[in-house]
Every structure is written in C-alpha cells, then in structure tokens.
Write a protein that binds this ligand. Sequence first.
Ligand SMILES: Nc1ncnc2c1ncn2[C@@H]1O[C@H](COP(=O)(O)OP(=O)(O)OP(=O)(O)O)[C@@H](O)[C@H]1O
Ligand SMILES: Nc1nc2c(ncn2[C@@H]2O[C@H](COP(=O)(O)O)[C@@H](O)[C@H]2O)c(=O)[nH]1
Length: 400
Amino acid sequence: MGEAPAFVVDDLKGNFTNGFHLKSKGYETSIDFGCNKTYVIGATENESKPTFGVRIFNKSTDEWVIPNVLGTKPEPSIGHSAIILDEERILVIKGNTSSDDSFWFLEVNTAFVREQKTRLGTEVVAWSKGVIGEAEKPIVISGPSGVGKGTLISKLMEEFPSTFGFSVSHTTRAPRNNEQNGVHYHYTERSVMEKDIEDGKFLEFAAVHGNLYGTSVEAVDVVADKGKRCVLDIDVQGARSVRASSLEAIFIFICPPSFEELEKRLRARGTETEEQIQKRLRNAKAELEQGKSPGLFDHILVNDNLETCYEKLKKLLGLTDGVKNTPKTVFHVPLEHTVSRIDQKILINCGVEEQEKSATNMFVLDFTSIKGGAPARTRGLRFYAVEPSINGTIGTQIPS
Ligand SMILES: Nc1ncnc2c1ncn2[C@@H]1O[C@H](COP(=O)(O)OP(=O)(O)OP(=O)(O)O)[C@@H](O)[C@H]1O
Ligand SMILES: Nc1nc2c(ncn2[C@@H]2O[C@H](COP(=O)(O)O)[C@@H](O)[C@H]2O)c(=O)[nH]1
C-alpha cells in the first residue's frame, strides 16, 4: 500500500458524512468520486499553516496518489464542504468567507485536466475559482511592435484606474531603462520560466522577437481579485492561445496606418538596437497578415491619430457613456453550513444562529449557466438568498 500522506483513509471513514459521500475531519474533507477514487481536500496535519492540498486514494490499487495541482488554489480556510457537481468537477465551499470567495471548483476530469494528464503523464487536478454572475470579459490587445498598444492601454488605465487592471506578463528580455519589475513585466530567467510553463502556471506563452513572453494564470487572477477588468498586451500567437483556452475575452487587433509609419514609431521610441528593430519589423509583416485570420480578432482598430483611435477603443468597450458599476450583493457563508442538491442547484443551509443575525439562513447556488473553468475562472454562478420553506423545496427568492 502507498504511504498515506498525513492522514489515513480509515480515519476519515469514521467521521461525519452529510449524505454526499462527504466526510469531514478538521480541515480535511474526503469525497468519493466514481467507483474507485477518494479525493481528500484540505490541510495536511504536519503543516502549521493549513493549505488546500489534494490527495487521491485509489481504492482499486490501495494506493495514495499526490496529483499535480494546477491553477490558483484557494486561500486556506478553517472549514469547507464539498460536493460532486458532475463527472468532471467537485465544488468546494469555503466556510467563514464572503460569497465572492466561497465557491471553488476542483476539476478532476475536465477537458483541460485530461489534456494536462496526457501532457504531464501524471495524475492532475486543477482549481478554478467560481465567479458569481458575468464578470466583465478580459480584453486582449495585439498588434505589431511599435503600433501603440502600450500607449493606448496606458491611456485606458489612467482614465479608468478602478475599472481596468493590467495583466503583468513574464518575459526573459532585459528591462528597458524606464521599466520596473512587477509593473511592466516580471523579468525572469529562461530556465525558471520554462519550469513554470512545465508546471502549468501559464495561460499562454510564446517566443517573440527572440525572447520568451507569457501570461501567468496568476497575472489574470490578481486583476480579477481586485474586481477589475483585465487587459492583456500580447502578441498574435498569444492571442491565438488565449482564444483556444477557457478564458473568454474580447480580442482587439491594432494596425498601423502604414508600414512606414510603424517603422518611424519603432525608431522614434529609441528602445531597440538596429538589429532588434529589423527583427521586429520582419515579424510585424507576419503579424499584420495573421491579424486578418478569420475568427481570431473581434475588432480591428487603425492607430493613425492617437486620440481618434483611443475614442474608438473606448466606444467599442462601451465606455463613452460613463462606466456603469452595478453594485454586487455579497453574503457571508458561515463556517457551519450544510449543503444539499436539487437538480442544478445547491441549497446552502446556514443554521438557526445565522437566521437570528439576518433575514435568512438559506441560500441557493445555481450552476445551470457556468462557463469557463481552469486554468481561468468559472463564471456564471448565480447565488441568492431564499425564504426557508417548510417542505424542503427551494423557497421564494429574497430580492437583493
Ligand atoms: N497614434 C500614434 N501616433 C504617433 N505615435 C504614436 C501613436 N501611438 C503610439 N505612438 C508612439 O509610438 C511608439 C510605440 O508605441 P508603443 O510603445 O505604445 O507600442 P507597442 O505596440 O506597445 O510596442 P511593443 O509591442 O513593442 O511593446 C511610442 O513612442 C508611442 O509614443
Ligand atoms: N504572447 C505574449 N506576448 C507578449 C506578452 N507580453 C508582451 N507580449 C508581446 O511581446 C511583444 C514585445 O513586447 P516588448 O515589451 O518587448 O516591446 C509585443 O508584441 C507584446 O504584445 C505575453 O505575456 N505573451
């Protein structure tokens, strides 16, 4: 039998079960998945600070497997429950958190996980944070070097600092004089970046003008966690990879008014050697061709006059009539709660004590319309309070 990491399955068997093959023991939760696997999710006992580790007990071989865990994992919490959603994922609900951080999907057999299992040749699971409602789609901006992508993005950030956040990429190229690590890029050694790519930490990556560039899953998550809409400045290869990923985004291609003007801007910027300029111009020809690929970009903007182009960018992002900030209703999910399932909805009962503090102790998590998934967020969850009903069905929705 494989060595049991930190806890043993027999131990878990004697513990609390909530009717969903779920047993809890301190910070750990175990959940039976399919006929022969038990997933143990939670803290390991030998760590002073709990983390969301994942271990799998294979009942047919009587062995423990430690999977490769991809995606951004949830911050540890002192209690959580778990429930099987479908043949592909387990929903983990963190207790004692606000509802915008409570719902996490542990993907165990989604297309992304299956692909990663084949790539890595190991057992793989992937975390994806559940987002309530339709978070605004990230914006991918591509175009040849020197066309003005960075200039347009800077204008957007300056005018709407609380609406947009920049996805800080990793690169192996050296910083320019005015560039700061962690602000313009995360400047990285090639070997480190290659290892991180191997470990599945990148949403996309590409070799661009002789260096490696990439968007980490974390770079996008950090922006989303601040409640902002993420803007990615990436090359066409990167845009293609994001298009093929689970991250639903708006894709915008920026064109120069002419090739001569592009060259003039690149030279006037004064950041590249002659050799690098020549390389970037050669690549620009190919990028301008690829920008026209059917179905890749949703919008093409010509950056002739900067102000005119910026106004067009704002218009297509729906920013000309002022930014509408729809207030989000956030509930508290207490430590003690029970979960039950009715069709595509999870009923969360927070107990009598919670009802004394607020109007209700019952919430519904509706996952009928979820989209996306690892390595990015799972969007489209609906979460609302309901009046408790006497017969166990879902009661009336409480208006927020
Ligand atoms: N519409 C415009 N008219 C004239 N100059 C412009 C215009 N837009 C940007 N520029 C200038 O062109 C240069 C290149 O712009 P920028 O650095 O934003 O390009 P980029 O597309 O981000 O390039 P890279 O892909 O290499 O990062 C800058 O010096 C910028 O000030
Ligand atoms: N595929 C990706 N491309 C990226 C990323 N970050 C930047 N870029 C693109 O690289 C070139 C060159 O940038 P520079 O800062 O060296 O001038 C440019 O086209 C960027 O759009 C990334 O994470 N992935």
